[in-house]
Design a protein. Structure first.
Lengths: 382, 382
């Protein structure tokens, strides 16, 4: 039995955020809490949303202090504002961080208690207030996921939640909001989407539906990511990357992911590094490790994406080619950095590997690694 | 701006219908109205659902008189039962007919008035009572669509509705319910799914996301439909056809369809013929007509599905091949019957063509046909 879960209404296209007001009015809502980060406030993106609400006669308050890898403090601060302002709906605005924070606020607003009460699967009793999540990167797919991660700053751990009551009612993917994204973020978030799709395609939770979605996402990333970095203002390319990340999200939110995520979460929690970049850096190394059980799947992907190059090649050679092409893409878009260059200390590998094996995503990896395996993968990426 | 709409929760797999009870309890619901047809009642499928509800302490009433191409009378009878029994949720059980009827009952139960008040797009004010739609064929995708069609028996017309408030909360696709489907229905509903995907792939409402979904659906139909007819008890093949129809549904419910549907609806309304079969019969002839503007898209599909056969072929030759392969599949599964053999009179073609041009789906066809064009297509399929 499999449950394929996804928000009801997913809006795409230039200026689709204008639809926020009509949906709020349709639901007789009065006052939004906008949850976003300082940067999106400074470049005026949250101001755009505020204007849309204002023009429709809707009220709002804005919490703009979400950090990358959102913290428990972020959640409690935003929750206090939600209550103080008597808001009745939530607008998340950002990549994964703001939207993850919005989901946590929604669950606490509806259910009370502490974040720790809801760690795990479907732990809340009541559905969050109506949530609209606006996606400003083409990567995390946080906006279509019922999962969210909050960093415990003190314990240097990620609290991981997966809760149907945290699924937003609607999502907005406006390519105009992505025109100004720095190339580094476009690259890291695009590689994040690729990681979602590649992990979904081989994970233990895969099935025909999620594999078709994942494959479509992988094709779109290979067809568009290099180009969108070369032509950042091209709305068509931005839109194609949005569809890539949405398809990847539809896949991995319903199949699970695997070892890349289990390891990347620890780098995020301990070093506060961007999630997409951590995924991108680790992806080729984990593929090399998983290759022992995923040769057929990697070869399938290679034959689909690189039919010409695969002609007369064996399954094993095609699998190798797929890993090489992922590595080449990561090189081309600038995410193939070394862990050492990101400031990660070799002396932490033991601890990072232990935490990776305790991460909930590890069980979806197609093969269960040992502690030594994980340490070896960290070392190979050093 | 595009809105991609889909039910929140979509359940797949053998015995997934067991989940009906837990979702009803989660939502504190008390009494279902099951809407289905005589055949599903006689072979015990509605009894299975009743047992699941009974075992969970839930009440139910059953309306089992839905006709193929459900009528206005069906809707009003079921609505009267819903009110009389004080039901608080609706379970549709069937292919398109029962599920379309369920949606109409839901809209009238929440909004009052007459069916005619809601013809068109988003005409209702209130969301239907919680609806769970159980799909018993792999074809119509009615269970994931907000659209529904009701036949006006007197005027011999189809009333067409598309309403966000008619979107079910959750869907169930249980391959065990499909094991006993006669080959004729498996074939017609499978070709229905193919028609959805093929019309979606080329229609004016297409975009990258819907095209990826449509292509995946087309692949799954070609990979599984012949086999499932040869091995009707194979759960894996049944499941693959379910994913095919779901992907096709995700595509066409958000892009629209085209001329095949515009013409098939009239055959359904005037001759009460099964929708899937009408689509299957007309599909190759409409493809031949649309080919003048869809050569590139048909060739793309052929190259994806029949790479070997397309080697060294021109775009035009690949497009021809795609139409030939659709015709061959329809022949192989037994849906390539002649309109004349279905009892359709040549003298009705003028009227059928006029009605086709008035059908709401015609505007999504990649080229607007003339009355003579439509008559000529009917004649070619005679």
């Amino acid at each position: 039995m499999r449950e394929f879960v996804i928000p009801h209404r997913n809006n795409f296209g230039a200026n689709c955020i204008a639809g926020i007001a009509s949906i709020a009015l349709e639901h007789h809502l009065k006052k939004a809490l906008i949850i976003t980060d300082r940067n999106l406030q400074e470049i005026g993106v949250s101001g755009k949303i505020e204007q849309i609400l204002y023009d429709a006669g809707l009220q709002f308050a804005t919490y703009a202090s979400v950090r990358p890898n959102p913290t428990k403090s972020n959640v409690y601060e935003a929750l206090a504002l939600y209550k103080k302002e008597h808001s009745d709906f939530i607008i998340g605005l950002g990549g994964g961080s703001a939207n993850d924070c919005a989901k946590a606020v929604g669950i606490l607003a509806a259910n009370g208690g502490q974040l720790e009460d809801y760690v795990g699967l479907n732990k809340s009793r009541k559905v969050a207030p109506l949530m609209m999540l606006v996606n400003t990167t083409a990567g995390t797919a946080s906006e279509i996921s019922r999962a969210y991660l909050i960093s415990d700053e003190v314990k240097q751990e990620k609290l991981i939640f997966k809760d149907l009551h945290a699924l937003p009612y609607c999502t907005f993917n406006d390519p105009e909001l992505m025109i100004g994204l720095p190339a580094k973020i476009t690259a890291a978030t695009g590689m994040d989407a690729l990681t979602h799709a590649l992990e979904s395609y081989v994970c233990t939770g895969k099935y025909a539906l999620t594999q078709k979605l994942a494959m479509a996402a992988i094709e779109l990333v290979f067809d568009n990511l290099r180009d969108v970095i070369a032509h950042p203002s091209d709305l068509k390319l931005r839109e194609n990357m949005i569809y890539a990340q949405s398809l990847a999200g539809m896949a991995f939110c319903n199949s699970g992911v695997g070892l890349v995520h289990a390891m990347a979460h620890q780098l995020g929690a301990v070093y506060n590094l961007p999630h997409g970049l951590c995924n991108a850096v680790l992806l080729p190394y984990v593929m090399r490790y998983n290759r022992q059980v995923c040769e057929v799947e990697y070869a399938q992907l290679a034959r689909r994406l690189f039919a010409e190059k695969c002609k007369d090649k064996s399954t094993s050679e095609c699998a190798d080619l797929m890993i090489q092409e992922v590595t080449r893409l990561s090189n081309d878009v600038g995410t193939a950095v070394r862990l050492g260059d990101l400031g990660i200390k070799e002396s932490d590998y033991q601890l990072l590997a232990e935490k990776s094996l305790a991460d909930g995503n590890i069980h979806k990896n197609p093969i269960m690694p040992s502690l030594d395996d994980v340490i070896a993968i960290f070392k190979s990426a050093y």
